[in-house]
Design a protein around this ligand. Structure first.
Ligand code: FAD
Length: 475
């Protein structure tokens, strides 16, 4: 067996691990990164990027279909568009390989070695990597665990031909005519809506009493409206129970809100009920690490585990399971190892659902702020009053920007928006919260016209009682 040693050994090449490796390389640390399933991790290979590519293609197809049905904006198409799912998936794969190839080049340029293989720890600092060329034993001064997360599989709906997870859903060679999605969280909704736009008949089965359970009803209402308008059935308070096959179709059995057993036919059943930390099969039990409820690796505010010089970042350390959180932690850990003073203490981490319409949330909702004992004021600006929004044909989807601020000093505690393209507002929202902005700071910043950012400005003005483009709220 080959043996190696290094200063920093990073396990996992996702948006946590690869930025940690690049930053460690930039800082002159002798670094090795190990990944089995390709640099870029879940995010680039089977998560954020491929799903957004598919959503984009689906939106384009839906728009073209509309123009073929009806002359809108003076644009008509003589024929309905044709969908070649294989080519769509091929286009998506092209984007993935461009990006993962780019990550490989960045890793190399930073002087970091990438080893492709599965890592298993013998103890906290010794790891054996199974590669195609044989085993390599690596000892390291510092170990960074960035093993990410995997899809949750329901024991009574095991993944297979008819029952698929998000990874398979992004690789289908044919569009399912009938798709049942178990789980109406963000992944299920993003993919379910994309398939609806591609023409699938889509039905949701959701155990809780609302879609996107982390958001309040005001925020989810425009998505509910879209689903209704597009004849997507959403069965709430319903629990999937199992599946049989009949005449080549899957038949999902579920218990409805009244406790009665129902069934529904599908070509494919997409199970999107969440993700869990990747803790199996790599020897975490040999490392003497503490876990949180057995589900995630326990870390402090510098991503240190209980074991000296063993660090953990990204999905494997728990919520929020988001790529940008993993990246921020990865960069921080590399800098800490290099001797910088850093701490992971964001005021809030923005989250986006690339649904139709999109949702962005940073900080507290009004209810969450009140539950924390805050007296709040809110300002809500309907995007139907935005010139930019109307010019993008988006005026009727119920979109808005809502700001929540502390009543006493007007410090902004939360910003939420729902609407077409509002994901692009997440940067300004996150900055406002992180910088401790007050409503007056936003109101006093000149926002570009015509852009959706004016919606944020107007929501702050509304909270202050003097919006320009809607009537002032009654006192
Ligand atoms: P991962 O990206 O999971 O990477 C971990 C890597 O480690 C994997 O490549 C794995 O193979 C490898 N690995 C694990 N164990 C070993 C081992 N022992 N040896 C070798 N290699 C190993 N997040 C967002 O912020 N925005 C989005 O829009 C978004 N959309 C998503 C859509 C979908 C469909 C999915 C599934 C996820 C989405 N996410 C999104 C979540 C995002 O992908 C994750 O939060 C992010 O990838 C976590 O990064 P990570 O580095 O912690 O782990």
């Amino acid at each position: 067996m080959q043996t190696r040693s290094c200063q920093v050994l990073i396990i996992g090449g996702g948006p946590g691990g690869y930025p940690a490796a690049i930053r460690a390389g930039q800082l002159g640390l002798d670094t090795i990164i190990v990944d089995k399933h390709g640099l870029g991790g879940t995010c680039l290979n089977r998560g954020c990027i491929p799903s957004k590519a598919m959503i984009h293609a689906a939106t384009k197809y839906e728009e073209m279909s509309k123009h073929a049905e009806k002359d809108e904006l003076g644009i008509s198409l003589a024929e309905a568009p044709k969908l070649d799912m294989g080519k769509l998936v091929g286009w998506k794969d092209g984007i993935v390989s461009k990006l993962t190839g780019g990550v490989g080049q960045l890793i190399k340029a930073a002087g970091v070695e990438h080893i492709s293989g599965w890592a298993r720890f013998k103890d906290a600092k010794t790891c054996v990597v199974d590669t195609d060329e044989g085993e390599i034993e690596i000892t390291a001064e510092h170990v960074v665990l960035a093993t990410g997360s995997v899809e949750v599989e329901l024991p009574f709906l095991p993944f297979g031909d008819k029952v698929i997870g998000s990874t398979d859903a992004l690789d289908l060679s044919e569009k399912p005519e009938k798709l049942v999605v178990v789980g109406a969280g963000y992944i299920g909704l993003e993919l379910g809506i994309a398939f609806r736009k591609l023409g699938s008949e889509v039905t949701f089965i959701e155990a809780s009493d609302g879609i996107l359970p982390l958001y309040d009803k005001e925020i989810t209402r425009p998505i509910t409206m879209w689903l209704k308008k597009h004849k997507v059935a959403v069965n709430l308070s319903c629990k999937a129970k199992g599946m049989t096959e009949k005449g080549g179709m899957a038949v999902l059995e579920y218990e409805d809100a009244k406790g009665e057993t129902q069934s529904i036919e599908a070509d494919k059943i997409l199970v999107a009920v969440g993700r869990k930390a990747c803790l199996d099969g790599w020897g975490v039990e040999n490392m003497g690490l503490d876990l949180v409820d057995g589900r995630f690796i326990k870390v402090d505010d510098q991503c240190r585990t209980g074991m000296r010089n063993v660090w953990a970042i990204g999905d494997v350390v728990g919520e929020p399971l988001l790529a940008h959180k993993a990246t921020a932690q990865g960069e921080m850990v590399a800098e800490l190892i290099a001797g910088h003073k850093r701490v992971f203490d964001p005021v809030s981490i923005a989250a986006v659902c690339f649904t139709e319409p999109e949702v962005v949330g940073v900080g507290l909702t009004p209810d969450e702020a009140k539950a924390k004992g805050e007296e709040v004021i809110t300002g809500k600006f309907p995007l139907a009053a935005s010139g930019r929004y109307l010019s993008m044909e988006a005026g009727t989807d119920g979109g808005f920007v809502r700001v929540t601020a502390r009543e006493s000093d007007h410090v902004i505690l939360g910003i939420h928006a729902v609407g077409t393209h509002v994901s692009e507002l997440s940067g300004e929202f996150a900055l406002a919260i992180e910088m401790g902005a007050r409503l007056e700071d936003i109101a006093g910043t000149i926002h570009v016209h015509p852009t959706l950012t004016e919606g944020f400005l107007e929501s702050a003005l509304t909270a202050l009682g003097h919006p320009i483009h809607i009537s002032a709220p009654k006192k």
